[in-house]
Design a protein around this ligand. Sequence first.
Ligand code: ZN
Ligand code: MG
Ligand code: ZN
Length: 503
Amino acid sequence: MKRRDLIKAGVMAGAAAALSAQSQSALSNQPGILTRARNLIFFVYDGMGWEDYAIAQFYSRRVLGKPLALERFLATGVSGLQNTNSLTSFVTESSAAGNAWSTGVKTVNGGLAIHADGRKLTPIFALAKQQGKAVGLVSTATITHATPASFVVSNPDRNAEEQIAEQYLEFGAEVYLGGGTRFFDPAVRRDKKDMYAAFAAKGYGVVKNPRELEASNASKLLGVFSSSHVPYEADRRFQGVDVPSLAQMTRAALPRLAAHSKGFVLQVEAARIDHANHLNDPAATLWDILAADEALEVVMNFVDQNPDTLLIIGSDHVCGAPALYGTGRSYLEGSAGVLLLANQKGTFEFMLARLGNNPSPEQVVELFRTVKGVALKPEQAQVVVDAITKRVYLPDTVRYSVQPANTLSWVMRQTDANKPDLPNIGWNSGQHTASPTVFGVYGRGVAAARIGLIDNTYNFTLMTRALGIRFQNPVMSEQEALEVLKSRAEQPWKHPEDALALV
Ligand code: ZN
Ligand code: MG
Ligand code: ZN
């Protein structure tokens, strides 16, 4: 395609020009050099921004009486920011962000360790496996979800999770712990393959609940604990939902991996901070960050005791852009609104499951009272009923808000700027944003690293250097990618509703 055709492509070409300018910025020559590390742990906060951090940090200090482990990390490790754009979009989704980390090159949104033209890329954990490292994936998403999958396999479609489960079997990581039984269970899989039996035949212990996880002596583990994503921490903690916490899964993974003579690589993903932000659910976001913090503490303690381990943390993008807004005269009431989060004992996901397809306004009022500690007026309850039964979502001026949960969030938003009687946290949308995100390293060789603002692809450089791997994946230019995308543009997306899904 000629340049003028690209320009005709409008927004896309505009994005390309802008991204070209960005790629010429000063981010290509980073000085951070790390010592070789035997073990590598990559800890992901999917969809977390600085306001999420600020809210959790305040809540942890004030209500739980202790600073976040993440605060200790930021204070004692080496931290900075990372740009998150994908190859052709300033706003990334999780697979392109995962690819940037795992392959060191930018890709378009939607595929795993692959370029838009089908050229496969080799992800970091596949390279580490070739070196003899043990490999682990731990996530609160389906374990076959984009962020963990992008570190081990290549697939043009991040949503092909049944197939990704088969790729995992072939890849042979030592530990897979997360959600997604529907991609393993022969009763649910479209092809009726029994992936549990296939993993067991390869020597894996297969566990499906917290007790089986604790009781297992298997050296290799497949643990899948929920049909889809692992339910939120708030529901696990307060509503008795029977799944392991991220810290429990992390504690199960570490000794199994550490037993290997050549060391290991592990990704731990706090995946659902992103989902909670898509849904605009303050308690879901808060408690999943606090659960991530417990897992981070487990990991930091491991690194403290095993100093030949490098820990990298990062968020792949911001989602929803929640913010804690100052309230009251001189913002004196700002903190009070956060403390009200203590009344929230569950998530919108939990509430929507309870409400079903045809709830009454009275059921809505009762559930908001018991789960969110919020007294809804009858007309507000009716708005929730309409969202569920008629797909009439609020706020109607912001078309990003496209899921029932966004409406549940809208009806319980703070409206009195002077005296908060509800958490004074607001969202602009339920979608990802372009903001730079947290990035940091802790442990092995970190004293030698100097890091400020990096491109997300630089994580691959850090990881390969730390592991002593020399490898370069093929680079695709934005123009090449745009031409491929344009040739596809006549065909509708395979899943048109993907824009509404949790990505
Ligand atoms: Zn993400
Ligand atoms: Mg993810
Ligand atoms: Zn997302």
